[in-house]
Design a protein around this ligand. Sequence first.
Ligand code: TMP
Ligand code: MG
Length: 193
Amino acid sequence: MDALTKDGSIEVICGCMFSGKTEELIRRVRRAVIAKQKVQVFKPHIDNRYAVDQVKSHNGLGFDAIPVACSEDILKLTQPDTTVVAIDEAQFFDEALPRVANELADSGKRVICAGLDLDFRGEPFGPMPALLAIAERVDKLTAICVISGEPATRTQRIINGRPASYYDPVILVGATESYEARARRYHDVPDKP
Ligand code: TMP
Ligand code: MG
């Protein structure tokens, strides 16, 4: 990669589920396309909710994306003339994602990542804390709490009509059938130590 170009940067869009992260990522990507930038969008292939080769927002917006197994694949598949690299569902990637994002940004690319800052337990999710720390720009979006109508910052996991235990596995791909947006006060995690 061209080490002389130093104008790259990392942007992170984070927040709870249903806060519009993917919608905002798609908005930025579409604007980049209008500006005749070469854009590549990546997603972890674990997220097969709506489509394998698209990033999809809950309100139905979509954009073509390359599903990858690990963050190293993003480096391998990014083409030299790509100027904007967008990564959705960043929380599902391995701990090498911040290094990968840094390498892309150091080579002059604009890196846009979207992901959950917190898991259903209310704890930092995967590589997101490190990514947030190295980003030039961070936007933390809120959803609307389904209980109170206040801004929601947490994601409630519901299993069989009840709040999921702290000891549930962290990864459970899903949408409204398993998750709700909640304000801090209404976020309930039974068995939390
Ligand atoms: P979204 O932020 O684009 O709505 O998608 C979040 C995805 O992450 C969705 O498939 C559900 C999944 N998820 C987990 O696997 N574990 C969690 O703790 C939470 C909150 C979400
Ligand atoms: Mg999303």
